[in-house]
Design a protein around this ligand. Structure first.
Ligand code: IMP
Length: 424
């Protein structure tokens, strides 16, 4: 059984916990897109781990983790992450962590270009993570990027790095940025390359052979489907396909090898960065922030918050092909007297079933809500469907009906045990 786990909203849905839960039965855990713009928080064996590039299967012995060809990889960032995990007692070897030789390399100058582009946009800025993700994918599309295969031979690496640094610095200067020192980059990338070299492989046959042998593969999506460059709130999106199809192109596994696609969603909605957010609501934002919830794991930044959006999730379920939804953070709504779900977007007197393409139109949409009674009860200690209050169960069922995809699990807290299978 090969399973894809995809964030169905704008990221930070709690995929890490769902992935960790499924890792137990997986032989291989693979990532196919994004870079260290992602951050998965996993609580395992009572310890907290934050993973950016390394698949969370690394926390389990005997699992092969693959960073696929569709990922963009900051070599120094990855080395830091590996060293941090090792310091926490995690074993990382070329046998349990493989990096695709086709994955593109994020250089410090890409981060500088990302920052300079954002600064130049002023109040139109996308709110990127400034980790160089967009500029690296741009290099890939322009066919001038460096790939992990280029890190194999130190001499070749020097040549391609020098060449790329020259043109990248010219670009940076045009954007008003300060050129990056090629020597500093060369020294940092060369050092990281020495550490990463044994992990670089052609991962495409590796993962396909595992599937042929009947092994179980778990694909970790990064970010969220509404940040997808094709389906999201363009231009307020990331630069990769964060939807289910991206996992296939990003790992070299054909769509007919995927058996199950799980969408992860919060019981409400959050977003970081700029862009349309139809159900954004100051009241629920104050309420969630007041509970100490919805602050970014790495930056501490308060996330934008709003009600659940069935228009967005129905759309997301459609283009991702979700077979089921894993809902997280249901306990976040414990103290709400009533809870809203958006069922339509009103634009110029018309009700839209799907989000519009133009960003101004998306921004102008007003939510049409149904309102359900809250449960006013702490559900974090519930462990079975039957223990949940009736209004809570009714919310979960209605949520699934409105988006056209059943919710099969709900999360009532950050721990592994706080996951409940949805009953009849
Ligand atoms: P980029 O991926 O750094 O280019 O940022 C583009 C948009 O995606 C911005 O709105 C970011 O806040 C958002 N983004 C990128 N990675 C994540 C993530 O892991 N979680 C949530 N939002 C993200």
């Amino acid at each position: 059984m090969n399973t894809l786990v995809i964030g169905s909203q704008w990221g930070d849905e709690g995929k890490g916990k769902v992935i960790d839960f499924l890792t137990e039965t997986a032989d291989v855990v693979a990532r196919g897109q994004g870079g260290n713009n992602a951050g998965h928080t996993v609580i395992a064996n009572g310890k907290k781990y934050i993973l950016h590039l390394v698949p969370s299967g690394i926390l389990w012995p005997g699992k092969l983790c693959i960073i696929g060809n569709g990922v963009v990889l900051d070599p120094t960032g990855l080395v830091e992450e590996i060293e941090g995990l090792r310091a926490q007692g995690v074993s990382i070897t070329p046998e349990n962590l493989m990096i695709s030789d086709r994955a593109h390399v994020v250089l410090p100058v890409h981060r500088d270009i990302d920052g300079a582009q954002e600064d130049a946009l002023g109040d139109q800025a996308i709110g990127t993570t400034r980790r160089g993700i967009g500029p690296t994918y741009a290099d890939k599309a322009r066919r001038i990027g460096l790939r992990m295969a280029d890190l194999r031979d130190p001499e070749r690496l020097l040549t391609v790095l020098k060449r790329r640094m020259k043109t990248a610095n010219e670009e940076l200067e045009r954007l008003g940025g300060k050129p990056a020192d090629p020597e500093v980059t060369i020294s940092a990338v060369t050092k990281a390359a020495d550490i990463l070299r044994p992990h670089i492989a052609n991962t495409i046959p590796v993962i396909n052979k595992a599937i042929k042998e009947g092994k179980t593969v778990l694909f970790e999506g990064a970010q969220g489907a509404m940040l997808d460059i094709d389906f999201g709130t363009y231009p307020f999106v990331t630069s990769s396909n964060t939807s289910s199809a991206g996992c296939c192109t990003g790992t070299g596994v054909a769509p007919n090898k995927i058996d199950r696609i799980i969408g992860v969603c919060k019981a409400y909605t959050t977003r970081v960065g700029a862009g349309p957010f139809v159900t954004e609501d100051a009241e629920i934002a104050d309420y969630l922030h007041g509970l100490g919830r919805e602050f970014g794991a790495t930056t501490g930044r308060a996330r934008r918050c709003g009600w659940a959006d069935a228009v967005l999730l129905g759309y997301s379920a459609m283009f991702n092909g979700f077979s089921e939804m894993a809902m997280t953070n249901l306990d976040g709504l414990d103290e709400c007297d009533s809870i809203k779900i958006c069922t339509g977007y009103e634009l110029d007197g018309e009700i839209l079933e799907y989000p519009p393409a133009l960003i101004e139109e998306w921004e102008a949409c007003k939510p049409v809500y149904v309102e359900l009674p809250g449960w006013n009860q702490d559900i974090s200690s519930c462990r079975t469907w039957d223990e949940l209050p009736a209004n809570c169960k009714a919310y979960v069922k209605r949520f699934g009906e409105l988006i056209g995809c059943p919710v099969t699990t709900v999360g009532v807290g950050p721990d592994r045990e706080q996951t409940i299978f949805v009953g009849a």
